[in-house]
Design a protein around this ligand. Structure first.
Ligand SMILES: C[S@@+](CC[C@H](N)C(=O)[O-])C[C@H]1O[C@@H](n2cnc3c(N)ncnc32)[C@H](O)[C@@H]1O
Length: 330
């Protein structure tokens, strides 16, 4: 048995014991600070859907979650690290950076966006569409605040939870399975929110931004970084967020700003990050080794070269714009 299998086996064994002693496996019960109520609820929580979702929304969400998958991803990531000589009990947050940032610009883009939120250790941040928890762990390490991550894809949430446990940040960062369109949190539960490369899979932007506004306290900042469309031709599929246009719902930067304002946000800053993105991809392709190292984005994304190549081509043709928005809840 590899160390990774042993570590995960031991850890999951402990969780089962806790669950058997009264832990909840249902929807998270959140208090007015947006936190799970007791220790056994800390971590992954499944089944957070609300009844009012329509068939269209449910169908889209199922397709999006299937697209991302993430089966046994924690095992594969920890296995790759082990292959590189890092055993599961020695993993440091920095070791995970090559695989945990599922968006244009990687860690550099995360740091750039999060910095704008002026987070403090007392803050509680919500990461909507948290993926495997890269942003959450960065925020815990850099700002010391609490983070709750929510994502549609159970395999990603499980991975976020296990990797966070591996680096010892599990008391600061928790992750729930759920929909950004039905956030399972109380009104005004969070001091700030972030969402990176998630909205491209969401048709009902008004509802997304209203939900984010509902769970933020008045005056709280939100940082968004999403791929938007210019309306020009030149985006070919597959791309990292969708195999076909059926699950890709891009809007223009102007529409993004208007939907946010209509949902009760005041826009503080916007930025077209096309030049940064093109530079990032060119560097990435130039420096790509012949065969990938054990740990890399290929663990999370199939056909990565083709998908990222399609994104770079669309950027170069001016068909898409990676757009950053910082807004404040009124
Ligand atoms: C490209 S990944 C980005 C993940 C993460 N934000 C990051 O930058 O590393 C998009 C994520 O959005 C999640 N997602 C898409 N639609 C969602 C929805 N309606 N509710 C919650 N999560 C969603 C997917 O499951 C996926 O993990």
């Amino acid at each position: 048995m590899s160390l990774t299998t042993e570590w995960i086996g031991n850890y999951i064994g402990i969780r089962h014991k806790l669950d058997g002693e009264g832990g909840s496996r249902g929807p998270p019960h959140v208090n007015d600070a947006g936190s799970p109520k007791n220790e056994t609820e800390v971590g992954m929580t499944e089944g957070v859907e609300r009844k009012e979702q329509g068939a269209g929304k449910a169908g889209l969400e199922r397709a999006v979650s299937d697209h991302y998958g993430g089966e046994a991803l924690a095992e594969r990531i920890l296995g790759a690290l082990e292959e590189m000589g890092v055993s599961p009990d020695r993993v440091r947050p920095a070791d995970l950076v090559p695989v945990e940032e599922l968006h244009i610009g990687g860690r550099e883009a995360t740091e750039y966006l999060v910095e704008k939120l002026k987070l403090e250790p007392s803050h509680h941040l919500l990461d909507v569409g948290c993926g495997i928890g890269g942003t959450a762990r960065h925020v815990v390490e850099r700002y010391g605040c609490r983070v709750t991550g929510l994502d549609l894809t159970p395999g990603f949430v499980r991975t976020a939870h296990l990797l966070t446990r591996v680096v010892g940040f599990h008391r600061k960062a928790v992750f729930h399975v759920g929909s950004a369109l039905s956030l399972p949190y109380e009104e005004a539960a969070f001091d700030a929110a972030v969402s990176v490369h998630v909205a491209m899979n969401i048709r009902d932007r008004g509802r997304l931004y209203r939900e984010m506004g509902r769970v933020l306290r008045a005056g709280a900042p939100v940082g968004l970084f999403d791929v938007t469309t210019t309306g020009r031709e030149g985006l070919n599929y597959p791309v990292p967020w969708a195999e076909t246009p059926a699950t890709s719902h891009l809007i223009t930067p102007q529409e993004m700003v208007e939907r946010l304002e209509a949902a009760g946000f005041e826009i503080e800053e916007t930025e077209d990050r096309t030049a940064f993105a093109i530079d990032f991809f060119r560097r990435m392709f130039e420096q790509a080794p012949e065969s990938p190292p054990p740990l890399g984005s290929h663990l999370v994304m199939e056909e990565g070269r083709r998908k990222l190549g399609n994104v770079l081509a669309a950027l170069e043709q001016g068909a898409i714009v990676p757009f950053l928005v910082v807004a404040r809840r009124r």
